[in-house]
Each structure stands twice: as structure tokens, then as C-alpha cells.
Design a binder for this molecule. Structure first.
Ligand code: SOE
Length: 379
């Protein structure tokens, strides 16, 4: 009989939906020993939270996240609110002995993330950051292939995350949905929101980044702030282009922008090694492109692998070979790993501490974008 795990959700936005979907369907597919129960949702706007709770089946609504932290019937707090609230909520939850799962990036800066890490470690509570793209089966296969040496020595790691939703100067900063444009709420722009994903995946696959230089730009310098209705300076980076050196000697190029007209969530990565190359595209997420240089001369070429077989990561738990999965499954996989971690005592990655390097590299990108200098990092 599976143990129940009562979930307290803080927030009701897009990410809260993605996470709720995962908490609610995981035990239909993965036998982890735990069965999450959508217990309560907390938000200041109780009307919206009530609608959200009704749709997803949360049992009650609270008007303050502190009530979830205090509640005896909540086991895990899921933090799905703007980045400036991650630290306060996570620290309070950990001190109350709750498990904490926090949306990415862990915090606005690495300095802000440190007390969060200390709090979960001091309390000894299970913790995890939602870098969901690690759990796309094709991306996990990339990691297996790189680690098993199929690409040999790695020369290049290349990733992009392109969007186009903030090109209009009429998009406000601050407020629901557009807090990502407010530097006080978000900490940074595309760097923390989008590049953080690319960097987390990159370092998980290819190891630490030892130095970087970045070019950042804010194309729209002033936007109306939703809180005041007044025009205010924009403090976020709208675009970032980054050159990195990895500790293993390979070179990285990373680009992110919300000004690539026509691109909505174009996350792509490519890795080039001595023996082969791999390429993946979020918009075709079940496929992995593999160039294997060891294949005999005339047949050598890019192979298009449909990653849906039962022996591919996680796929044995879903349908039958050839039937594809989507974005939402990456979150279900992350929850499945979190629950398995509870059962086995081997924490699911990334823990708060394992998510810190992404924050540190984001800080370095912002600093380098401002100074124009190379920044050296501890790996
Ligand atoms: C921004 O539009 C966003 O929703 C990010 O916040 C998510 O982390 C990313 O996965 C998709 O884009």
C-alpha cells in the first residue's frame, strides 16, 4: 500500500498547473511507494486560487502560504510563485520540517540561494528544484551517451532558448504573468528564466563551467509597471549571448532572447565530440539526432532516433513503442524521481545544493554583461 504524501501548493499560475498535473498523475504510471494527494493551495487571490483548486481537486484554499507551512497535514510545500518569494517560503517550510520543491531558478541570485540550501540541509528535509528538461527522455539519453563515451572527447556544447513574447513595448512589467519582466521580482530576465535551463542541463551533462564572457541587452528600456501604472526603467536582460569554457576543456555557446520573432520556446542543444555529435530540439522532443563517426564510410550520417521504446528512460512506464509523450511528462518524471528518492533515501537531483551552479553562472553572466569582462568560476 503506497504511503500518502500531502502536497501544499503555493501559487496558481502556469507552473503550478504543470506541477499539479505531475503530482496528480504520477502514481497512475510510476510505482514509487508514495501517492501524492493535492491537499491545499495557498495564494493571496483566493478567488483565483479557488478556481484553480476546483479544477485540480485541491481539498482547500488558504489565503497565506504561512498557513500551509503551519498545517499539520501538509508534507511537501511546492513553491510556484515569483522568484523573489522562493527564499522566504522555502526557508520557512524547511524550518517547519516540510519537504520543499521549488520552481527554477532556485533564487534571484546565488547569495539569496545560500540560506535556502543551509535551511533545507539543517532541517534534513528532502528538497528539489524543478529543472524539468533534464527529465525529457531524449535529453536523459544524451547524458547516457556522453557519459558512456559515445562522443569521445567533447569539443563543443551549444544551446539556445528563444522566445518572442516581450517585443511589444506595451507589455507591462510586474503583476501576474509579467513579473518576469520586473527585475525586483525575477532577479534577471532571460538569463534566470531561460538560460538557467540551458545551463543546468549543460552542466549536468558536460560538467562545470570554469569561465565565461557575456553580452546582454535590454531592448525596451522603460515599461509601465503593473503595480503603479507608471512608466519605470526596465532592469532585466532581454537577451544574452554567452561564451563559456567548461572545466573539461570544451567550449560552450549559449544564447537566449525574448526578441526572436517567430520563436515561442525554441530550446535546442547540440554537442560535438571526437567520435560523434548529438542534437535535440524541444519542439521535436521525442527525437534525438545522433551522428556516429564509427559507422562505415558510405553509410555514415545523422541518425534520427525516436526515443519512445520501453528501454529508453521512463518510456517503459508510459504507452507502447512509437507513441510519443510531451512537455508535461518531464514534470511527472521529476516527481517520480522525487518520490523514489524518498523511498530509497537517494535524493532526486537537482537538490537545492545541486541547483546552485546554475544560479552562480547566471550571476556571472549578468556581471559580465555589465562589465564586458571574462568571469572565472569555481567548478
Ligand atoms: C517563460 O516563458 C517560461 O515559462 C519559463 O519560465 C519556463 O521555465 C520555461 O520552461 C518555458 O518558458
Amino acid at each position: 500500500m503506497a504511503k500518502t504524501l500531502n502536497v501544499g501548493m503555493v501559487g496558481y499560475g502556469f507552473m503550478a498547473r504543470a506541477h499539479s498535473n505531475a503530482w496528480s498523475n504520477v502514481s497512475h504510471f510510476f510505482d514509487t511507494g508514495y501517492r501524492p494527494v493535492l491537499k491545499a493551495v495557498a495564494a493571496r487571490n483566493t478567488e483565483k486560487a479557488g478556481g484553480f483548486a476546483g479544477m485540480w481537486g485541491y481539498e482547500r484554499v488558504e489565503n497565506d502560504w504561512r498557513k500551509l507551512v503551519e498545517a499539520r497535514d501538509i508534507d511537501v510545500i511546492d513553491v510556484c510563485v515569483p522568484n523573489d518569494l522562493h527564499a522566504e517560503i522555502s526557508i520557512a517550510a524547511a524550518k517547519a520540517g516540510k519537504m520543499v520543491t521549488c520552481e527554477k531558478p532556485l533564487a534571484r541570485t546565488a547569495a539569496e540561494a545560500m540560506p535556502m540550501i543551509e535551511a533545507v540541509e539543517a532541517a534534513g528535509v528532502p528538497n528539489m528544484v524543478w529543472y524539468n528538461y533534464r527529465r525529457v527522455p531524449a535529453v536523459m539519453l544524451v547524458k547516457h551517451l556522453v557519459e558512456s563515451g559515445r562522443l569521445g572527447k567533447i569539443f563543443h556544447y551549444r544551446a539556445k532558448f528563444l522566445q518572442d513574447w516581450t517585443i511589444s513595448p506595451d507589455v507591462p512589467q510586474g503583476g501576474a504573468g509579467t513579473w518576469r519582466l520586473d527585475v525586483d521580482a525575477a532577479g534577471s530576465g532571460v538569463t534566470g528564466d531561460l538560460l538557467a535551463h540551458c545551463l543546468d542541463t549543460a552542466m549536468w551533462i558536460n560538467g562545470g563551467i570554469s569561465s565565461l564572457t557575456a553580452m546582454t541587452e535590454t531592448f525596451v528600456k522603460q515599461r509601465k509597471h503593473s503595480d503603479t501604472g507608471q512608466l519605470a526603467p526596465v532592469g532585466i536582460d532581454d537577451a544574452a549571448a554567452v561564451l563559456t569554457r567548461f572545466a573539461n576543456g570544451s567550449l560552450g555557446t549559449f544564447e537566449s532572447t525574448r526578441y526572436a520573432r517567430g520563436h515561442k520556446a525554441a530550446y535546442t542543444l547540440e554537442i560535438n565530440g571526437e567520435k560523434g555529435s548529438l542534437a535535440w530540439d524541444l519542439h521535436d522532443l521525442n527525437r534525438l539526432q545522433f551522428f556516429d563517426h564509427s559507422v562505415e564510410g558510405q553509410l555514415r550520417g545523422w541518425t534520427n532516433i525516436l526515443v519512445t521504446d520501453g528501454d529508453h528512460p521512463y518510456l517503459g512506464k508510459w504507452w507502447v513503442p512509437g507513441l510519443i509523450i510531451g512537455y508535461e511528462h518531464s514534470f511527472t518524471h521529476q516527481v517520480a524521481d522525487f518520490l523514489t528518492g524518498l523511498a530509497t533515501g537517494k535524493p532526486a537531483s537537482p537538490t537545492f545544493r545541486e541547483a546552485l551552479p546554475a544560479n552562480q553562472v547566471c550571476d556571472a553572466i549578468i556581471a559580465s554583461g555589465q562589465s564586458g569582462q571574462w568571469v572565472t568560476l569555481q567548478t
